[in-house]
Ligand binder design. Structure first.
Ligand SMILES: Nc1ncnc2c1ncn2[C@@H]1O[C@H](COP(=O)(O)OP(=O)(O)O)[C@@H](O)[C@H]1O
Ligand SMILES: [Mg+2]
Length: 263
């Protein structure tokens, strides 16, 4: 087994609430291999999104370390941080909501290519067509406005945008939660295919054990800022050990088939 892609140790983030400090993420440790999907599951408010934001340095940690390849992610500054940031991307539940609704799909995909200097100016429209193709969309979609396309297409564009900088890890924060069941299955299949082709790792944040079961190799269960249980997906779902794990499994009566291509 090769060295882990990501090693998180003692990650801690405190927030203030009503004049009192509390740890939203409290000494969290886990590791991820290249090409692996780790699901982070747990009740609302347990600290899942904060873990994702800490990894992306969208929020600064109070303690802990995050080894990513050879770098200690939490110590990076300036150019070194910008460079490593291209390797880490995040996709949200409604990822295009923050953009100008009149922006075209091409504009959305051009941003990361331009900002990061990934592709020379003259090649960018070709690169955009290639990105669309990688996520199963027609290049004709490039000229459409982001408000003119369906929810599933928007999520594919968001994934394409994340892929633009050539990431080795994508944090998917409830990325399929808003989609109807058939579209969700399509997007999960796309994510699995991309992972197989490109060895990308996913931190798959979700409260949906069905989706988790179809995509994740391992599960970490969070509650109140702590990881209370982690293990292989099938084992954890079949026989959860923690109180939170048992409650989550009990709350999901129908679980679809397990991920077929666990490697
Ligand atoms: N910027 C913030 N300021 C204060 N409290 C926050 C902030 N972000 C998250 N929290 C709190 O931290 C806890 C964990 O939040 P979050 O990571 O979003 O949980 P989850 O994604 O598991 O639902 C919650 O109690 C939330 O209210
Ligand atoms: Mg969240």
């Amino acid at each position: 087994m090769s060295a882990p892609l990501l090693e998180v140790e003692g990650l801690t983030k405190r927030f203030r609430r009503g004049g009192r400090e509390f740890a939203a993420v409290d000494g969290v440790s886990f590791s991820m291999a290249q090409g692996e999907t780790l699901a982070l599951v747990g009740p609302s408010g347990s600290g899942k999104s904060t873990v994702g934001r800490l990894l992306l340095r969208l929020t600064e940690a109070d303690a802990g370390s995050v080894r990513f390849g050879r770098a200690d992610l939490l110590q990076l500054r300036g150019a070194a941080l910008r460079s490593v940031r291209t390797k880490l991307q995040m996709v949200f539940q409604d990822p295009l909501a923050a953009f100008n609704p009149r922006a075209t799909v091409a504009r959305l995909l051009d941003d990361p290519l331009r900002v990061n200097g990934v592709v020379a100016r003259g090649r960018r429209s070709m690169a955009i067509a290639e990105l669309l193709e990688r996520v199963g969309l027609s290049s004709a979609l490039a000229s459409r406005g982001v408000h003119e396309i369906s929810g599933g297409q928007r999520q594919r564009v968001a994934i394409a945008r994340a892929l633009a900088t050539g990431p080795s890890l994508i944090v998917l924060d409830e990325a399929v939660a808003a989609l109807d069941v058939l579209v969700r299955a399509d997007i999960l299949r796309l994510l699995r295919d991309l992972q197989r082709q490109e060895r990308i790792s996913y931190l798959f944040i979700s409260h949906d054990l069905g989706a988790v079961r179809s995509i994740a190799h391992r599960i970490a269960i969070m509650d109140a800022g702590h990881i209370v249980e982690q293990g292989d997906t099938a084992a954890v779902i079949a026989n959860p050990q923690s109180k939170t794990g048992k409650a989550l499994v009990a709350a999901t009566p129908e679980l679809p088939h397990a991920r077929e291509n666990v490697s």
